[in-house]
Design a protein around this ligand. Sequence first.
Ligand SMILES: [Zn+2]
Length: 332
Amino acid sequence: MKPISIGIDIGGTNTKYGIADREGNILASNSIPTTNYPDPKVFVKAMHQAITDMIADCGEEVELLGIGIGAPNANYYTGTIEEAPNLSWKGVVPLVKYFEEYFPHASVVITNDANAAAIGEMIYGGAKGMRDFCVITLGTGVGSGFVVNGGLVYGHDGFAGEFGHVIAVPGGRLCTCGRRGCVETYGSARGVVLSVQEELAGTTSPSKLRSIAPEDMTPKDVFLAAESGDVIAQHAFEATGKVLGESLANLVAFTSPEAIFFFGGVAKAGKWILEPIERHLKQNLLNIYQKNMVKLIPSYLPESDAAILGASSLVWKEVDHMPSQARSTSSA
Ligand SMILES: [Zn+2]
């Protein structure tokens, strides 16, 4: 029987789930609207049915080893989701417990989506064989997962690694966390759009970005404008890269990673964002880190499957660390 793990990525709008094997092949995948389930217990019941059907229909003899879940504000230690701003589930939701009631023989692991992305990069992606690296997600928000000495850093309470809420510009832009100047207010999709607005306000020079309403503008619009020679767009990426590069120079001083992987919509701007990040990082890097400089690498995970792969990889990470005896019992 082929060992498999289930990856579940819980988002505010949709929950994606799929079956992955140890090599990172997705055998089947699907999604359900998270918003249809205001009660998390009903959600888990629906997921149990959906997963059971998917395994039955996948056309292979498989052995379910575990279920990995990536979710906002998820805590690896407590198995809970706490006060996630984008979910309708309020308070502390013991999601791992609910899943274990339906899947008593599977190991169920939960963590936040950026940590899942880091393990996904380690198990299936560009960080194979690396023991010290981090993954920075530049999307709706800015997230991060830190791997140190081969293990994910969770911190004493499970909330380690919030690079998005490191203060990069004291007194700067207001963040959703209520404080000012967080990396997220510059490096997220919204941060890039804000930088475009600031550039537009400071000049009368023409730009195709003037015709796009700020609420409709995406990093892809800014990327396409930059590609076509739009100086406003290029400056906005330069400003974003400056804040990210300076902050990452500080990050390197904490864990000295071999590589930093970038994932998410803003990272897809390629050289327009990576080149200024690298330049500002280098300019601000302590001299001992200059010689064998950290590598900046776009994520190897395919965009379409990354969320499911990241979540499913949590299971392999757990299983690889279990004694063989425990493993055969848990998968019985
Ligand atoms: Zn913040």
